[in-house]
Write a protein that binds this ligand. Sequence first.
Ligand code: HEM
Ligand code: HEM
Length: 155
Amino acid sequence: MHEALHHRPRKAVRPGRRQRLAIYWSSALLLASGLAWLIAHYLLPLPEFAARHPLETWAMRLHGAATLFGLAVFGSLWSNHVLPAWKQGRHRSHGAALALFWLLLILTGYGLYYLSDEEVRALASTGHIALGTVLPLGLAVHVSQARRQKHADLA
Ligand code: HEM
Ligand code: HEM
């Protein structure tokens, strides 16, 4: 009886296959549409008489859709991955760093919609872009560390 209690298996916190796919797709779409906007805004020549490049508009339409999808995925992860993993105390540092990235991207992204002061908006934009470009690195570190641990557990 005591033996059984001591050997109670840990609750599985690894996101399932579908949830992992949803994480990778939403992250990839957010990144690709964000980068497309940057390219259209800063690099592509403006077509005649246009105030902004058409790709810029399309990139933000896609980015907005990816944001809604990404937030749903992040919300589902919060209760079945982030909180239970935190309670187990495993991979806290880079896991929490990744969650913080998302929270700050949400905050600065919200700022891009509603900040009216030009200077403050520019600050939110720079912060958002800086965080966004390193988000894939944060995800890669977290996933590779989690996988390495899994292989070490199995060995
Ligand atoms: C405080 C926050 C977090 C903690 C403590 C944490 C902890 C962990 C742990 C312990 C594992 C290994 C699970 C196992 O194999 O048993 C893991 C895997 C994973 N985590 Fe997190 N995590 C956090 C946040 C996040 C966030 C925000 C995301 C995505 C946006 C994420 C995505 C993943 C993925 C995709 C895996 C699976 C990697 C694989 O084996 O393929 N995690 N995490
Ligand atoms: C959690 C993830 C993310 C959320 C919630 C998010 C949200 C948002 C929102 C709400 C906007 C404003 C849209 C508009 O003005 O029409 C925005 C703009 C933008 N996002 Fe993201 N985003 C995320 C990730 C990323 C990533 C990974 C990148 C990659 C670089 C990125 C790059 C951009 C860029 C370049 C803009 C336009 C900036 C500007 O208008 O000054 N975002 N994002």
